[in-house]
Design a protein around this ligand. Structure first.
Ligand code: FES
Length: 238
């Protein structure tokens, strides 16, 4: 079993590897998609304040479905709008960071290569402050999202553009709004190459065992934001 198969087997939790290896059908449409407006909460259940976020720290919440994780990051520096393309050459303009310093960004945490994603037990994909230190995975820059399964690297300051590795399109962006008055954040939709259909197809058995019918349920009204280190017992570094 090679590294990727190991990762997938872990993610499947004993589910069907044959299902895992089924072909992907990639998003053919990169237009913004609206989902429900979901207010982000902190661990105490009160509206998350942007001022409370630690810069360059990997936060996780689930959106637009109960089973689909999102990385929320305060990059600590402004992120400019960036022109991007999906694997199917659908162009879109990522609008850049939001918030007081235009430094807040959010991306689906489902790797655009083989759909590895963070679970409560294990995460092979995460944001890395600074450069990767493993000599086997030289970093193409600082402060990137790394997927240790096959070493794709994404730049969250440029719309999660792929800088390295086999991924063929950016992570799907999650659109968030900042309310200046309350300093709260609301998720509103996605932009770019969605992979949710592939995700649910690939992990159908695992998600069914873990969550029953709730996996595909749209998140309603509120979602809790956790640091990755608190959400996941084994965040893997590479
Ligand atoms: S699953 Fe292969 S690089 Fe992420």
């Amino acid at each position: 079993m090679d590294r990727r198969e190991f990762v997938e087997a872990c993610a499947l939790g004993g589910g069907s590897l044959a299902a895992t290896l089924a072909g992907n059908t990639w998003a053919a449409d990169a237009r913004p998609r609206s989902y429900g407006r979901v207010l982000l909460l902190d661990e105490r259940g009160t509206p998350l304040k942007v001022a409370s976020l630690k810069p360059q720290t990997n936060y996780v919440f689930h959106y637009p479905f109960e089973a689909t994780p999102v990385f929320l990051l305060d990059l600590g520096k402004p992120a400019a709008a960036t022109q991007l393309q999906t694997r199917d050459r659908q162009s879109y303009q990522w609008p850049g960071g939001i918030g007081p310093r235009r430094s807040l960004v959010a991306f689906s945490a489902i790797c655009a290569h083989k759909l590895v994603y963070p679970t409560k037990e294990l995460s092979f994909i995460s944001f890395r402050k600074g450069a990767a230190t493993n000599p086997q995975t030289p970093s193409k820059g600082n402060d990137l999202i790394h997927c240790c399964a096959d070493h794709s690297q994404y730049d969250p300051a440029r719309g999660a553009q792929v800088l390295n590795g086999p991924a063929e399109q950016p992570l799907c962006a999650v659109l968030i709004e900042h309310d200046e008055k309350s300093d709260s954040l609301t998720a509103t939709g996605t932009l770019g190459g969605e992979l949710f259909d592939d995700f649910f197809r690939k992990y159908e058995m695992k998600l069914s065992l873990e969550m029953g019918p709730n996996a595909k349920q749209a998140v309603s009204r509120q979602a809790t934001v956790l640091e990755l280190e608190r959400y996941c017992r084994n965040p893997v570094r590479c």
